[in-house]
Design a protein around this ligand. Structure first.
Ligand code: SF4
Ligand code: SF4
Length: 369
């Protein structure tokens, strides 16, 4: 099941929900791939002990004019065709501006002499790896996770080979690069990294590909969510959160995507913020829950505000086990996703690629336009 986790606005806890759901589902033994598609600001890896296996440079084809074949001002077809103003005439010569090029290829199609060739522009880097997950350990898990994170963030904790594993991939956009979509597509298309033999999640009952999507409703978010089986919109209980949630639901309806809402930090800012499992139900007067009920948008989960979870998250730790009410909320969400995954069409990418000899590699790939 391809699950896109998105939000209308930034700061709602989208990455927190994505990472913790991925870890919880992997700890339950499912096959889980977490793809951080927020390539302008990838941060999901900060919450997981990722062992990087692959790194690839992503490039985009950009035009380069062969002056000996170019007909010059007598032609101009390429300049007139480029709607992004990445080509211009200066005197009798075609000038190219690679940073403005979207790599659509139209200029080469219209060139009558084959003078338009291509060079490459670096867009960014995609990375893949695995993260071993500590199985849920009850009330002490928050302290354990904190200990993992306050040491070496890039080092896997000392867990046995049979510990659950989730596959991880993300993309890092080159500083100054304006086009995120080719890199997001590369992150989505990247083959799953190898998983050590014997890890429970290599053979789990359900397969999840969880995407942590860019915020907003612009091109980058659309590219990340458009082919998902379920779009999970993370909202915060505030008027601003509701405003941007409505935009995101509008996008989901426009794209005809199955969608549901998760309310994060429910009760935050209210005088009687819930502090226990009993109080963590539906806070009266919450604008997001009122609106979803009126609009008939499914509310798949309500994660209560918890100071313990906030402290956990601030140290870069997983929060799904940080407090009883948070644990119950994430467990309910994972149960719901398991039920949905049993009826969703299977993930097409191969999920089991055991490769004991997997090592870190670096290469280059050309991004799809
Ligand atoms: S590839 Fe497309 S965007 Fe780039 S210069 Fe040619 S026509 Fe313009
Ligand atoms: S379309 Fe080809 S021949 Fe015509 S101006 Fe452009 S590069 Fe030169």
């Amino acid at each position: 099941m391809k699950l896109a986790i998105a939000s209308g606005k930034g700061g709602t806890g989208k990455t927190t929900v994505a990472v913790n759901l991925a870890a919880l589902l992997a700890a339950r033994g499912h096959q889980v791939t977490l793809a951080d598609c927020d390539v302008e600001e990838p941060n999901a890896h900060l919450f997981l002990p990722v062992e990087w296996k692959t790194r690839e440079q992503c490039t985009l084809p950009v035009p380069k004019v062969n002056e000996t074949l170019c007909l010059g001002a007598a032609c101009r077809r390429c300049v007139d065709a480029c709607r992004f103003k990445a080509l211009a005439f200066m005197g009798d010569a075609v000038l190219d501006f690679p940073d403005l090029c979207h790599g659509c290829g139209l200029c080469a199609l219209v060139c009558p002499t084959g003078a338009m060739t291509y060079a490459t522009r670096l867009v960014g880097e995609v990375r893949g790896g695995i993260a071993r997950i500590r199985p849920a350990m009850g009330a002490s898990a928050d302290r354990v996770n904190m200990a993992d994170r306050t040491g070496r963030p890039d080092r896997a904790p000392d867990l046995p080979a049979t510990a659950p594993v989730l596959r991880f991939r993300d993309g890092v956009l080159r500083i100054g690069e304006a086009m995120a979509t080719p890199l997001i597509k590369a992150v989505k298309d990247m083959p799953p990294p190898a998983v050590p033999p014997g890890a429970p999640s290599a053979q789990g009952p359900c397969a999840f590909v969880i995407r942590d999507c860019p915020p907003g409703v612009a091109c980058a978010a659309i590219n990340a969510v458009h082919d998902a089986d379920l779009l999970l919109l993370v909202a915060e209980p505030s008027p601003f959160g509701l405003h941007d949630l409505r935009l995101a639901v509008g996008l989901a309806r426009h794209l005809r995507l199955s969608h549901a809402v998760v309310l994060n930090r429910a009760g935050m800012g209210l005088p009687s913020a819930p502090s226990s499992a009993e109080a963590a139900g539906i806070p009266a007067g919450d604008p997001v829950q009122d609106w979803t009920a009126r609009e008939g948008v499914p509310l798949l989960g309500v994660i209560p505000f918890s100071r313990a979870a906030a402290e956990c998250g601030a140290t870069g730790s997983l929060v799904h086990d940080a407090a009883p009410e948070v644990r119950a909320a994430y467990a309910g969400l994972a149960d719901a996703l398991e039920n949905l995954a049993r009826v969703a069409k299977p993930v097409t990418a191969p999920m089991v690629t055991d490769d004991p000899a997997a090592t870190t590699s670096a290469k280059e790939r050309t991004c799809d336009r």
